[in-house]
Design a protein around this ligand. Structure first.
Ligand code: GDP
Ligand code: MG
Length: 178
């Protein structure tokens, strides 16, 4: 096993209101978290060390998609800098699910040669009565996207830890297969 620490830049993308910042705040709110060092990307960047499968990894989580949404430069940077992406939609908002597909296509265009790890995240799974997107639709979409899928609830902190551990595993898998 490796002794050196590894840094992974993970970028949150998705429609406004789906819960990206709430997920980022949970990530950042755990003890040991510090606000980020990523000068270029400014303040909505969080850094945390995670132990996953006995190996240490430092996740740099970038939640810039919404900030300065009018500034396309920020979004272009987001599309370029990630080692991995969390494409988030809300299970209570079909439009956000459709937006996720658009973002997947944009990402593929922006990073044509890279085999980037992605997790499709159906957030707000606690809102069972308002569900507009079924679990099987989410899963099917992830198959088309060639990515992993998870449903989370930032509100009740369900599957949030699993999400961040999962993205570390995905980056490692793709690196190890190179
Ligand atoms: P962003 O625009 O994607 O960053 O979304 P926010 O994190 O700002 O969340 C938008 C709204 O959804 C806020 O009122 C959150 O409290 C709420 N929210 C976020 N995640 C969840 C969740 O898992 N369940 C529920 N019920 N509400 C959530
Ligand atoms: Mg936000």
């Amino acid at each position: 096993s490796e002794s050196g620490n590894t840094y992974y830049r993970v970028v949150l993308i998705g429609e406004q209101g789906v819960g990206k910042s709430t997920l980022a705040n949970i990530f950042a709110g755990v003890p040991d978290s510090v606000d980020g060092d990523c000068d270029m990307l400014g303040e909505n960047t969080y850094e945390r060390n995670l132990m996953v499968d006995g190996e240490s990894a430092t996740l740099i989580l970038i939640d810039m998609w919404e900030n300065k949404a009018q500034d396309n430069w920020i979004r272009e940077q987001c599309m370029q800098v990630g080692d991995a992406y969390l494409i988030v939609y809300s299970i209570t908002d079909r439009a956000s699910f459709e937006k996720a597909s658009e973002l997947r296509i944009q990402l593929r265009r922006a990073r044509q040669t890279d085999n980037i790890p992605i997790i499709l995240v159906g957030n707000k799974s606690d809102l069972v009565r308002c569900r507009e997107v079924s679990v099987s639709e989410g899963r099917a979409c992830a198959v088309v996207f060639d990515c992993k899928f998870i449903e989370t609830s930032a509100a009740v902190q369900h599957n949030v830890k699993e999400l961040f551990e999962g993205i570390v595993r995905q980056v490692r898998l793709r690196r190890d297969s190179k």
